[in-house]
Design a protein around this ligand. Structure first.
Ligand code: PGA
Length: 253
């Protein structure tokens, strides 16, 4: 079930300005040096809209890709104050976009709206990092699997280019709290997500599934033993080059 390539994706959230280019350069320097024959990594940094164009212009390297953190669901220019659409992201240089993050679901994003956003981002040939995850209340009622199933089926269609969709399993109760699921829970949940995806869309290929929620340079070793985890969506800790680099280093220790 394992996909050998490992993803380390930073979600900067509402962080960063032009001086943060320094962080990107430090991560890039690490990437140029960190080469092992048995390891293949994909490093992606999802930054605020205001920094996408600047970073992609400055960083002319294939070692790090730049992504966005959300987009509007329509690829038109129109009266949507404060919004940015997938075609604008593409033109700014983004290759990826995070969609369905729980912080945006909390602001009212539904599975239906997220589905439209996925369709519009795919139309622009962007890669999607699609976030799913249960709340603490849902977990305590043993509803985790049904919540994940509804999120997957409610926002993805079989006709979509499934190769361009990466799933990020982020339990809502774990984001920014320092709490992470137990190893046996993660194993069961990752197996569920991978099989559910195959079943729902009648595809032969397992999807790429990442873990996200309070990943740091210390707890990363816990995840190394779970081969079904194809990588990580890292929030707070990705805002520091040292922490982000240490996460990668310690994962392979
Ligand atoms: P965290 O955030 O690593 O700060 O918990 C993860 C995320 O929100 O993607």
């Amino acid at each position: 079930m394992t996909n050998k390539l490992k993803y380390f994706i930073g979600n900067w959230k509402m962080f960063g300005d032009f001086r943060s280019l320094k962080i990107i350069y430090q991560i890039h320097r690490f990437c140029t040096k960190f080469k092992r024959r048995d390891i293949k990594n994909k490093i992606i940094l999802c930054v605020p809209f205001t920094l996408i164009y600047f970073f992609t212009k400055k960083l002319k390297s294939k070692l790090i890709s730049i992504g966005a953190q959300n987009c509007h669901h329509r690829n038109i220019f129109g009266p949507f104050t404060g919004s940015v659409n997938a075609s604008m992201l593409k033109k700014a240089g983004a290759k990826y976009v995070i969609l369905g993050h729980s912080e945006n679901r909390l602001e009212g994003e539904t599975n239906r709206l997220i589905k439209k956003k996925i369709a519009s981002a795919l139309e622009q040939k962007l890669n999607i990092i699609f976030c799913i995850g249960e709340t603490l209340k849902e977990k305590s009622k043993n509803k985790t699997f049904s919540v994940l199933r509804n999120q997957i089926r409610g926002s993805i269609e079989k006709k979509y280019n499934l190769n361009k969709i990466i799933i990020a399993y982020e339990p809502v109760w774990s984001i920014g709290t320092g709490k992470i699921p137990k190893v046996y829970e993660l194993k069961k949940t990752f197996e569920f997500i991978k099989n559910e995806f195959k079943r729902s869309f009648k595809t032969k290929k397992f999807p790429v599934v990442l873990y996200g929620g309070s990943v740091n340079d210390i707890n990363i070793s816990v995840f190394s033993s779970i081969s079904d985890i194809d990588g990580f969506l890292i929030g707070g800790a990705s805002q520091s080059s040292k922490k982000f680099i240490d996460i990668i280093k310690n994962y392979y220790k």
